[in-house]
Design a protein around this ligand. Structure first.
Ligand code: HEC
Length: 130
C-alpha cells in the first residue's frame, strides 16, 4: 500500500515537483498547515504581533523546547488561541508542531508523532447538538 502511494506520488509531476512558494523555510508537510491556519495570527515570519490581544512569537521560542507544551496549546487552545483538536487531524497537528519546532530559529530535533497527539492531546470539546 505504501509502495503504491509512493509510486502514485512519483507519477504525479504536479505533486512531486512542487516549487517552493516563497523563499521561506524548506518545504515541510506542516508548512501548508502553518500558512493556512496559524499564519493569520502568528504572522508569516512567526514573529507574532498584536491583534485581538498579544500574539506570542513562535520564532526562537524556548517554550517549544519540550514538545508536550505546544501539543497542549495546539490541541486544547490557550487564552485567545483557539483549540485545533477536531479541526485538524492528529497528523496535521503533529506536522505543524514539527514545522514550528524545526524552523524560524527553532532547532528542536525530536519529532512529534500523530500517536503522541492522540495520547497527550487535549480532547476536542463535545459539541452540543441541541
Ligand atoms: C486566532 C489566533 C491564533 C491562531 C489561528 C493560532 N494561534 Fe497560537 N496563539 C495565539 C495566542 C493569542 C496565543 C497566546 C495564548 C496565551 O498565552 O494566552 C498563542 C499561543 C501559541 C503557542 C504558545 C506560545 C508560548 O510561548 O506560550 C503556540 C505553541 C502556538 N500558539 C502555536 C500555534 C499553532 C501551531 C497554530 C496553528 C495550528 C496557532 N498557534 C494558531 C493565537 C493564535
Amino acid at each position: 500500500m505504501k509502495t503504491l502511494l509512493i509510486a502514485l506520488l512519483a507519477a504525479t509531476p504536479a505533486l512531486a515537483a512542487k516549487p517552493p512558494l516563497d523563499a521561506g523555510p524548506a518545504p515541510h508537510p506542516g508548512a501548508e498547515v502553518y500558512r493556512n491556519v496559524c499564519q493569520a495570527c502568528h504572522m508569516a515570519n512567526a514573529q507574532g504581533g498584536v491583534g485581538a490581544g498579544r500574539i506570542p512569537a513562535l520564532a526562537g521560542n524556548r517554550n517549544l523546547a519540550v514538545s508536550g507544551y505546544p501539543i497542549l496549546v495546539v490541541t486544547g487552545g490557550k487564552g485567545a488561541m483557539p483549540w485545533f483538536r477536531g479541526n485538524l487531524s492528529d497528523q496535521q497537528i503533529a506536522d505543524v508542531i514539527n514545522y514550528v519546532r524545526g524552523n524560524y530559529g527553532n532547532r528542536y530535533k525530536d519529532a512529534v508523532t500523530a500517536a503522541m497527539i492522540a495520547e497527550m492531546g487535549v480532547a476536542a470539546p463535545v459539541r452540543d447538538e441541541r
